[in-house]
Design a protein around this ligand. Structure first.
Ligand SMILES: *[C@@H]1O[C@H](CO)[C@@H](O)[C@H](O)[C@H]1NC(C)=O
Ligand SMILES: *[C@@H]1O[C@H](CO)[C@@H](O)[C@H](O)[C@H]1NC(C)=O
Ligand SMILES: *[C@@H]1O[C@H](CO)[C@@H](O)[C@H](O)[C@H]1NC(C)=O
Ligand SMILES: *[C@@H]1O[C@H](CO)[C@@H](O)[C@H](O)[C@H]1NC(C)=O
Ligand SMILES: *[C@@H]1O[C@H](CO)[C@@H](O)[C@H](O)[C@H]1NC(C)=O
Ligand SMILES: *[C@@H]1O[C@H](CO)[C@@H](O)[C@H](O)[C@H]1NC(C)=O
Ligand SMILES: *[C@@H]1O[C@H](CO)[C@@H](O)[C@H](O)[C@H]1NC(C)=O
Ligand SMILES: *[C@@H]1O[C@H](CO)[C@@H](O)[C@H](O)[C@H]1NC(C)=O
Ligand SMILES: *[C@@H]1O[C@H](CO)[C@@H](O)[C@H](O)[C@H]1NC(C)=O
Ligand SMILES: *[C@@H]1O[C@H](CO)[C@@H](O)[C@H](O)[C@H]1NC(C)=O
Ligand SMILES: *[C@@H]1O[C@H](CO)[C@@H](O)[C@H](O)[C@H]1NC(C)=O
Ligand SMILES: *[C@@H]1O[C@H](CO)[C@@H](O)[C@H](O)[C@H]1NC(C)=O
Length: 800
């Protein structure tokens, strides 16, 4: 029986081998055994249950079967960013036809790559037709994320995402939900074949690189974190917006660095027929509401509550700031006036309403048969008139006006004239305080008066045939006109980073501030586009732009004149050495002694500025960073109503400034730490600057000039010190402006001042993402949200 011995041995050996190898398999990490760099006949088939991952040479990308989110037992064969934990999938072979766990990816002996659902169902699902290998090389992932096999390249058939270096030539992106398409030139709502965004200059989008430069055939876009090498992707998201993302390794999340549309409501198909899309500022989400006279129908659409019985006698409801962009007939029929426009609609049985512009341009658009893609936005200059039955009693609540007019300046108070010689501060304080007593008393009925004033104003405007707002675009002035208005630029009233400001008077009697810009590049068209954008921003706490001049190389802006000068002249009354711009201002304006601002006025200024910047950041159609918030840029109206100036001008500066070292655009002392780092600049940079201004409003002195008076160590930093005062020692009084400290009444003022300082601490967080948005800052100041304790601000100096 010796012959059985070798067999036994063999059996034993076989068993041992099998056992030990499976133990080995079990013990070594899943990654090591299941990570492959090439898939070929030798390791075919590949099943979803195998946990096998194909990775690119430097492990940036991986490919393999992934469970389909939201369904059990279905898989897609996909490519994803290997090191990224969320939203990492960049390509899928079969996301429209997922396969079961019994599926397999096969490379046949003849070198043909196929995906089958199960061995029973041998139909080839992908690639279609099946492709053969070239030179016997396997399926592999290139370092760029391109999955290749023979002649097949995943880059040639993108799904909803493209990667750095990937060319978009003839390809299209389709959002995961299948509703939207990007064909390298425009975004399209697939169902209605409805184009809602076209690339600038009809340019073809080609590719982008890992530093954030996006190339078109005659257009280049820059990401906001331009220049930094990062993991990036350009995706057509399910909400219909096209966004460029970069991955923040620290935060472990994707950050939007460029987007096609700023206002999600501009995406067609967001709401159903007749509905109006509203953009929620606080959480950047959209919602669909029905216009007055309409009620909810099916699928986010709205239907008339009362069918119109007599078309000739229908009523019209006025909806402010509403535009329906997806009607059937969007042709602008030039009518001479409102009544003719209305008559045109009445006469047409298919007319559901009309849009009219009160700017003298005779813009009149009838909405025929259907109304799609309505949205509400303060940037809209048209007014929608909705046709309803004459018995309809609904009142329109789309009165955007009142929301926009919500400012901090409801009651008009006049400026106490500072005594000519002896700037007796106590007297000034007395004047201001008594004014405020009056204001507080009137507070109870202010809303009433405000409303009445508003209605009166509106009616007055109607009589004159023009509306308060929205007005037309900015007026184009000739150089000669402005030369006349400013008496040959003879009366300079200020000088800032963008140029000299002159006082002027227009032919119609309006007093204006004329700002002559320097170092502005770009053609006439660019300038015109930017100026139009700036002029569209209406907020009572923003200085109004009335017009401009672009002639003979000069670039001039014409602003409303704000009589009281800038906040710095009120806050910091001692002459400061070393701050160039304020010295210039002081010199030009003449440092007359100004009254000292009362606590209530200071609070009102803070709130007004916060609301204005929040409006710039969040409510405007274009995404506007101020980039230079400081007391010099906060002007005070004749009733101390704050008005933010110089917004939008950062956009006029050269694009190259953003890349080079001189990309720093703010004023040293008010700039957020991220300006010094190779980091993306977001709206949070403005929040930081506002935090510093807020502290200065409370303390009455410059953050950086306090250094010498209070310095205890070289680690002294005003925000840190203030943080301890308000959160640790609970002693806010030490921070207060010494000049009016004695008027501080802890009962009356504590709440407001405490809120201002605590909000400032949140704004001054080192990391942009921990700072609140400007909208939230305004809410914090208002006291409508609770302010928790933030982290102590870190020391940050920007040596100049
Ligand atoms: C694949 O990995 C997952 C999680 O790591 C595990 O739950 C599953 O059992 C693994 N499947 C196989 C077949 O190894
Ligand atoms: C991966 O490798 C490619 C080429 O070898 C290189 O260009 C790329 O920078 C690498 N990526 C990373 C993240 O290391
Ligand atoms: C992925 O992460 C590992 C460990 O976390 C790291 O060693 C590797 O460099 C990372 N790869 C890339 C491409 O970032
Ligand atoms: C694959 O099979 C599963 C289960 O039978 C099925 O749900 C799925 O639709 C099939 N996929 C395709 C693409 O046929
Ligand atoms: C296939 O092999 C030929 C000859 O060796 C070579 O010229 C060619 O570049 C190879 N093709 C690929 C895709 O590797
Ligand atoms: C796409 O365009 C690039 C650059 O113009 C070109 O090199 C590439 O071959 C094109 N790819 C396809 C698939 O047409
Ligand atoms: C944009 O360009 C494409 C192709 O060059 C052309 O077919 C299309 O008509 C153009 N659209 C506009 C609005 O100019
Ligand atoms: C956004 O806020 C509104 C109310 O302000 C709320 O109804 C809605 O659910 C919020 N949406 C998200 C996505 O948080
Ligand atoms: C309203 O929508 C129409 C149609 O899309 C568009 O042409 C127009 O510019 C919009 N008006 C405003 C003021 O946004
Ligand atoms: C749109 O209105 C214009 C002017 O009233 C008219 O000439 C045109 O036929 C209309 N088009 C449609 C599709 O109704
Ligand atoms: C509007 O224009 C029409 C025709 O041009 C004219 O008959 C009518 O009087 C005008 N209405 C008003 C209110 O000006
Ligand atoms: C108008 O009222 C409706 C129904 O109450 C509401 O859904 C909608 O949000 C309101 N619109 C505005 C602009 O407040």
């Amino acid at each position: 029986m010796s012959s059985s011995n070798p067999v036994l041995h063999l059996l034993f050996f076989f068993f041992f081998f099998f056992f030990s190898s499976s133990i080995l398999n079990f013990c070594t990490s899943q990654r090591q055994t299941n990570v492959i760099t090439s898939f070929s006949f030798s390791n075919s088939p590949w099943r979803p249950t195998q946990n096998r991952t194909l990775i690119s040479p430097n492990s940036t990308f991986a490919a393999g079967f992934l469970p389909l989110p939201g369904s059990v037992g279905l898989y897609t064969f996909s490519v994803w960013y290997y090191n990224v934990s969320s939203d990492n999938v960049v390509w899928s072979a079969n996301h429209r036809f997922p396969v079961s766990a019994a599926a397999s990816l096969i490379i046949s002996r003849s070198g043909e790559l196929r995906l089958v659902n199960s061995s029973a169902d041998g139909r080839n699902l992908w690639p279609f037709p099946a492709v053969g290998s070239v030179n016997g090389s396997g399926l592999s992932l290139l370092p760029t994320g391109n999955l290749v096999y023979g002649n097949f390249k995943s880059f040639a058939i993108p799904t909803d995402t493209i990667l750095p270096g990937q060319h978009m030539n003839e390809t299209i992106l389709v959002s995961k939900n299948g509703r939207f398409r990007f064909d390298s030139r425009q975004l399209v709502l697939i169902g209605r074949n409805d184009i809602y965004w076209t690339n600038k200059d009809n340019s073809t989008f080609m590719s982008f690189d890992d530093r954030g430069i996006t190339y078109g055939d005659n257009q280049i876009y820059y990401a906001s974190d331009l220049g930094v090498q990062k993991l990036r992707r350009l995706s057509l998201d399910d909400d219909g917006n096209l966004r460029l993302y970069s991955y923040d390794m620290g935060l472990k999340q994707w950050v939007v660095v460029w987007r096609a549309l700023f206002q999600l409501c501009m995406v067609h198909g967001t709401c159903g027929a007749n509905a109006i899309c509203m953009f929620d500022v606080l959480n950047a989400s959209t919602s669909c509401v029905c216009p007055p006279g309409y009620r909810k129908g099916v699928d986010d659409s709205c239907e008339l509550k009362i069918q119109i019985r007599d078309l000739g006698r229908s009523n019209f409801l006025r909806l402010e700031f509403v535009n329906f962009t997806g009607g059937l007939n969007q042709s602008d029929i030039k009518t001479t006036n409102f009544s003719t426009c209305k008559a045109r609609c009445l006469a047409n049985p298919n007319c559901l309403g009309f849009m009219f512009k009160y700017d003298g341009s005779n813009y009149c658009v009838l909405q025929l048969e259907r109304m799609f893609d309505g949205y509400w936005s303060p940037g809209t200059e048209t007014v929608m008139f909705l046709r309803v039955d004459e018995s309809e009693t609904d009142v329109s609540n789309f009165t955007g006006m009142t929301n926009l007019m919500e400012t901090t300046c409801p009651v008009k108070i006049s400026l106490p004239i500072p005594p000519p010689e002896s700037g007796t501060t106590t007297r000034n304080i007395a004047i201001i305080c008594s004014l405020f007593a009056a204001e507080l008393l009137s507070g109870a009925y202010f809303f009433w008066t405000f409303l009445k004033k508003y209605i009166k104003y509106r009616d007055m405007a109607r009589t004159f045939g023009l509306e308060v707002m929205p007005a037309g675009g900015p007026k184009r002035f000739s150089y000669a006109e402005l030369k006349d208005a400013t008496n040959n630029f003879s009366n300079p009233i200020g000088k800032g980073g963008f140029g000299v400001v002159y006082l002027g008077k227009l032919g119609d009697g309006r007093v204006v501030a004329v700002k002559s810009l320097k170092n502005i590049t770009g053609g006439d068209a660019d300038f015109w586009a930017e100026v139009t954008t700036i002029a569209r921003m209406h907020h009572l706490n923003l200085v109004r732009l009335w017009g401009f001049c672009a002639e003979k190389g000069s670039r001039i802006l014409v602003y409303e004149y704000v009589p009281n000068g800038s906040l710095d002249q009120f806050l910091f009354q001692t002459v400061e050495v070393g701050l160039e711009s304020s010295l210039e201002t002081a010199e030009l304006v003449g440092s007359k002694s100004k009254p000292i601002l009362d606590w209530n006025i200071r609070y009102r200024i803070a709130l007004g500025v916060a609301r204005a910047i929040a409006y710039l950041h969040e409510e405007c159609l274009e995404w506007v960073l101020h980039c230079d918030i400081k007391p010099e840029n906060i002007l005070l109206g004749d009733d101390f109503c704050p008005k933010v100036s110089d917004f939008g001008l950062a956009k006029l500066k050269k694009k190259e400034d953003m890349i080079s070292v001189s990309r720093m655009r703010g004023t040293p002392g008010y700039m957020a730490p991220e300006w010094t780092r190779p980091e993306q600049i977001t709206s949070k940079a403005d929040v930081y600057s506002f935090g510093l201004v807020l502290l200065e409003i409370v303390s009455g002195s410059r953050n950086f000039s306090q250094l010498d008076s209070k310095v205890e160590s070289d680690q002294w930093f005003f925000p840190r010190w203030a943080f301890d005062k308000v959160f640790k020692e609970m002693n806010v009084e030490d921070i207060l402006d010494p000049r009016i400290k004695h008027t501080y009444d802890s009962q009356e003022h504590f709440d407001v001042i405490n809120r201002m300082v605590k909000t400032a601490m949140w704004c001054l967080q080192d990391r942009p993402d921990t700072r609140p948005s400007m909208g939230k800052v305004a809410k914090m100041l208002e006291g409508t949200i609770e302010i928790t304790e933030p982290k102590k601000p870190t020391i940050f100096y920007l040596d100049d």
